[in-house]
Design a protein around this ligand. Structure first.
Ligand SMILES: [Zn+2]
Ligand SMILES: [Zn+2]
Length: 135
């Protein structure tokens, strides 16, 4: 089954399209993903077969490779939003789920690196959920 997905950064300078299927969807709680997202975990889709095409702003895309690790991040140099990247010498496409504008119809497969999760990242289902900013 082949699918098309569209995505963009927050400022809209960078736009991309992905054609193909995702094989894995992981929520990574490792210390690198917590730093680079500023959040509890990254939410990344993985595909070894899908194709990534930049539709605009490719020259605004920057990649940061954390020295002495395999951790990388692609981001918009204008607004800092996370963007897709090729890893493992172009064999693996990694797509931050939040960068997509299209709906995806797969659920996360797993929380990973939970041994590294933040101390406050615990029983979050029990935290009150408010539809908008709390009054
Ligand atoms: Zn941007
Ligand atoms: Zn991670």
């Amino acid at each position: 089954m082949s699918n098309r997905y569209a995505g963009s950064c927050l400022c809209g300078e960078v736009r991309f399209e992905i054609e193909g299927a995702f094989e894995r969807f992981y929520l990574c709680h490792c210390e690198f993903c917590r730093k680079d997202t500023g959040s509890a975990h990254a939410a990344n889709l993985f595909s070894s077969t899908a194709a990534l095409k930049w539709s605009s702003g490719e020259h605004k895309v920057r990649q940061f490779n954390l020295p002495a690790t395999r951790h990388s991040k692609c981001f918009c140099s204008v607004c800092g939003s996370a963007l897709p990247m090729m890893q493992m010498e172009g064999k693996l496409l990694v797509v931050p789920a939040g960068s997509l504008n299209s709906e995806i119809h797969i659920r996360p497969d797993a929380h990973i690196f939970v041994s590294s999760k933040a101390s406050w990242d615990d029983a979050l289902d029990e935290v009150p959920a408010v539809a908008r900013f709390p009054s």
